[in-house]
Design a protein around this ligand. Structure first.
Ligand code: C2E
Ligand code: MG
Ligand code: MG
Ligand code: MG
Length: 276
């Protein structure tokens, strides 16, 4: 009896599981083809320097233009590309393309590139970065690498050595999505970050909530004390913008300045004048 019920349960769940696995297998196959078919594109989002009152950097954000599905979000395909190991080739493509694009921009504007933990573990990342810069003719000082906590956690000693090599070469390093992971503050002491990017979740309600404002103020102070610049991500309103300006935050990024846009709009995005 129990056996037949078990079988019933199985029969009920199995088609659904198959459908999900099937959808995933299709997405994987599509992802593999997408690399060969050139379905990827880089969008750019400006980072605005509150002191110099200028756009300092454009962050490269990967977009997948799927022939049937339309635009697939990086939140959906990057984890998959990481699991499949495809992120190594894809990440190399991002690096080269971003350096080539940035070589066309004014020399005071940098480009930042997101780098996955898998790239740190399984590829000759230093070699790839040096060649991408050389091929593009981009000075290393114009490249910023954005890494997340997962990079450090998965590979502490090797990452530390590599980050020191990169910094010695002239490339700058940003801690991305600060405050969202395990947030062991101790790594701020041992890792040579030039910049901390505070995650959007910390800025969302700073205009309405005193506690939220106090928290972001404390993080800005922490970064300053350690000699790191502070970028706040996900700034959407003029209220948030002026609050952060008062808090002596260094840079902001978000829809208030500009959403990520195609490279053809890079020049236009470098002009930003906040409303008085
Ligand atoms: P991220 O590096 O933290 O990038 C910021 C994300 O926040 C981007 O999402 C951006 O479009 C979004 N964003 C920026 N300003 C605002 C705002 O004011 N409001 C809201 N609601 N969102 C805002 P996107 O482009 O979907 O990328 C998501 C994540 O995917 C990135 O987070 C990054 O972790 C990853 N990613 C994107 N491109 C690459 C890549 O080339 N390589 C790797 N390894 N990861 C990438
Ligand atoms: Mg980023
Ligand atoms: Mg981020
Ligand atoms: Mg993020």
């Amino acid at each position: 009896r129990a056996k037949s019920e078990g079988r019933k349960t199985l029969r009920y769940f199995k088609p659904e599981m198959d459908a999900r696995q099937q959808a995933r297998r299709e997405l994987e196959a599509d992802l593999r083809k997408a690399v060969q078919n050139g379905e990827f594109e880089l969008y750019y989002q400006p980072i605005y320097d509150l002191h110099r009152e200028k756009v300092s950097t454009l962050e490269a954000l990967l977009r997948w233009n799927h022939p049937q599905r339309g635009r697939v979000s990086p939140a959906d395909f990057i984890p998959l590309a990481e699991e499949m190991g495809l992120i190594v080739d894809l990440g190399r493509w991002v690096l080269y393309q971003a350096c080539l694009d940035a070589a066309q921009w004014p020399e005071e504007v940098k480009v930042s590139v997101n780098v996955s933990a898998i790239q740190f573990k399984s590829a000759d990342l230093f070699g790839d970065i040096v060649s991408a810069l050389a091929v593009a003719g981009l000075p290393p000082e114009r490249l910023d690498l954005e890494i997340t906590e997962s990079v450090i956690i998965q590979n502490r000693d090797q990452t530390l050595a590599l980050l020191h090599d990169l910094k010695f070469h002239g490339v700058s390093i940003s801690m991305d999505d600060f405050g969202t992971g395990y947030s062991s503050l101790s790594y701020l002491r041992s890792f040579p970050f030039d910049k901390i990017k505070i995650d959007k979740s910390f800025v969302d309600d700073i205009a309405e909530n005193q506690q939220a404002l106090a928290l972001i103020r404390a993080i800005i102070f922490l970064g300053k004390t350690l000699g790191m610049a502070i970028t706040v991500e996900g700034v959407e309103t003029s209220e948030q913008f002026s609050l952060l300006q008062k808090e002596a935050c260094d840079e902001i990024q978000g829809y208030y300045v500009n959403a990520p846009r195609p490279v053809s709009e890079a020049q236009a995005m470098m002009e930003f004048y906040p409303a008085e």
